[in-house]
Structure formats: structure tokens, C-alpha cells
Write a protein that binds this ligand. Structure first.
Ligand code: 13P
Length: 288
């Protein structure tokens, strides 16, 4: 199946009260693991690259070709969108040109008026090519690939103004952060989420920092309008743990256990398993 925009799959998710997982990829193994997990779950999926991960992989064209070609060679039949995560303005435009089917223009660190103007421009260019657009209001806390957000609660009025530019889905700070949550984290602000959902006319909402949020909070967020949940750190953790176990058990020293195809296999399987588990949590299993 060809790559699809994320607009339709997230509209369906919002109406059906489930969320689609958006998993960050870093390399070949990760990309295969995510596709495999979605296919085995018969679920739509969003594969996303941060700007840093795309650079690491050799650029946006490489990421696009990799995802597109793996969909063909693995016989993937579930809907897959390729999304730019936290893109600068110029990266958003480049991804639209290269063939990404979805982009996040993250202008949350800009003055609000500039965020708004650039969002409008990205929407016009993206929609001309059937590419979906995510924007953000109120920075998400924590650090991801050098993008640092101090974490805040988004202003519902600003959310409404950005939503009215015609974007397809909206990320808004509701107390969520990238990376691990600190012990004293006060949890998601459902009051803020409800106020944003109330004022933004049914636009699918995006929950960043999906790693480490307890299931009950995830489900409550979905019931209030969250339709896309980003997961990165947890995939990294399970990959690293499985690789560590393999090496600590000395398996890389047995026969040709050092062959990267063997060395990276346990981590890859662990990512697939986590993707399948999160798809169950988010309720998108069987929704392809
Ligand atoms: P985590 O790394 O906390 O899962 O967050 C991922 C994310 O929000 C990507 O934009």
C-alpha cells in the first residue's frame, strides 16, 4: 500500500475514540520493527523522523525511500503515514517536496504571530500535495534531539487560532514532557485538555511524550480527543535493554553472534513487541 496522509486516519481515530501510535524511527531495524508491529496488529501507524534522526539516517530522501521500499518488500497492507516530527519551517517544506505524507511544523518556540504566519504557509504548501500538517502550541517539556521545551500548559485561545489555519491535527502542551517523567510529575492536565478540545471543533489532538504515561491517563486523554500519541523513548529503552542482555549473556561471543544481523535482532523484536502493546493500549488494533 502506498504511503497515506495522516489526516484521514486521525479523523477516523477521533470519531472512533482511539489513537494512532506515532513511533520515531532511527534506522533500518527500527523502521522494520514498527512496520511489522503495525501489520501484525492490523493497525494504521505513523512512522516519524525527528530532524536529527533523518540527518543521522542520511537525509529525508533516504528516510522516504527506506519507508516506501520496506512497505513494498515487507508486503505491508495497513495504512502508513511518514511524518516529520518537530520540524523547522525549512525542513517542513523539504519533506513536503521529498514525499513525506505528513509534517509537523513546530513553531512553538517562535513569537505566536510568526508561528501562525508560518503555519498558514506550511498548510497551503502541504495541502496542495495532500500532505497533512501538525502544529504545536505551548512547548512540550523535556529534551528531544536538541529541541528543548520548558513544558507548559497551552492557552486554549491560541490553540483555536492555530487550529483555524486549517492544520489537520494539533499538539498542545498539557503537562506532558519528552523522555522519562520525573517522580514528582503531577500528571496530565485534563482540565486544559478538555478546554482545548472544547474550543477546537473536533480537530484530532496529539499527545507528545507518550513514553511513561500510565495507561489510565492515556485512556482518559483519548476519551477527551487525543488521536495521535508519540512514542520514542520507550522504544529506545527496550531496544537498549534487549541488546544489553544479549551482550551480557555473552551471545555475541558464541559462534557468529557478533554478526549485526544477530546482534541487533533481540532489540528489533523488542521494539516490535512494544509497538504491538502500545497499539493495544491506544485502541487502534484491527482498525486498519
Ligand atoms: P517520548 O520520547 O517521551 O516518547 O516522546 C516522543 C515524542 O513526543 C516525539 O515527538
Amino acid at each position: 500500500m502506498a504511503l497515506v496522509s495522516a489526516a484521514e486516519m486521525l479523523k477516523k481515530a477521533r470519531a472512533g475514540k482511539y489513537a494512532v501510535g506515532a513511533f520515531n524511527t532511527n534506522n533500518l531495524e527500527w523502521t522494520k520493527a514498527i512496520l511489522q508491529g503495525a501489520q501484525e496488529s492490523n493497525s494504521p501507524v505513523i512512522i516519524q523522523t525527528s530532524m536529527g534522526a533523518a540527518k543521522y539516517m542520511g537525509g529525508y530522501q533516504v528516510c522516504y525511500d527506506l519507508v516506501k521500499d520496506l512497505i513494498d518488500s515487507m508486503g505491508i497492507t495497513v495504512p502508513v503515514a511518514l511524518h516529520l516530527d518537530h520540524g523547522e519551517y525549512k525542513d517542513s517544506l523539504e519533506c513536503i517536496e521529498v514525499g513525506y505524507t505528513s509534517v509537523m511544523f513546530d513553531g512553538s518556540h517562535l513569537p505566536f504571530d510568526e508561528n501562525l504566519e508560518k503555519a498558514k504557509d506550511v498548510v497551503a504548501k502541504a495541502h496542495a500535495k495532500d500532505v497533512s500538517v501538525e502544529c504545536e502550541v505551548g512547548s512540550i517539556g523535556g529534551e528531544e534531539d536538541g529541541i528543548i521545551g520548558s513544558g507548559e500548559l497551552a492557552d486554549p485561545k491560541e490553540c483555536k487560532t492555530i487550529a483555524d489555519t486549517g492544520i489537520d491535527f494539533l499538539a498542545a502542551g498539557i503537562g506532558n514532557i519528552h523522555g522519562s517523567y520525573p517522580e514528582n510529575w503531577s500528571g496530565l492536565s485534563f482540565e486544559t485538555l478538555a478546554a482545548i478540545a472544547d474550543i477546537t471543533d473536533g480537530i484530532p489532538l496529539v499527545l507528545h511524550g507518550g513514553s511513561g504515561i500510565p495507561l489510565e491517563q492515556v485512556q482518559k486523554a483519548i476519551s477527551l480527543g487525543v488521536s495521535k500519541i508519540n512514542v520514542n523513548t520507550e522504544c529506545q529503552e527496550v531496544f537498549a535493554a534487549a541488546t544489553r542482555k544479549y551482550i551480557e549473556e555473552g551471545k555475541d561471543l558464541e559462534g557468529k553472534g557478533f554478526d549485526p544481523r544477530k546482534l541487533l535482532a533481540p532489540g528489533t523484536t523488542a521494539v516490535t513487541e512494544l509497538v504491538k502493546q502500545r497499539i493495544e493500549w491506544f485502541g487502534s488494533k484491527g482498525k486498519a
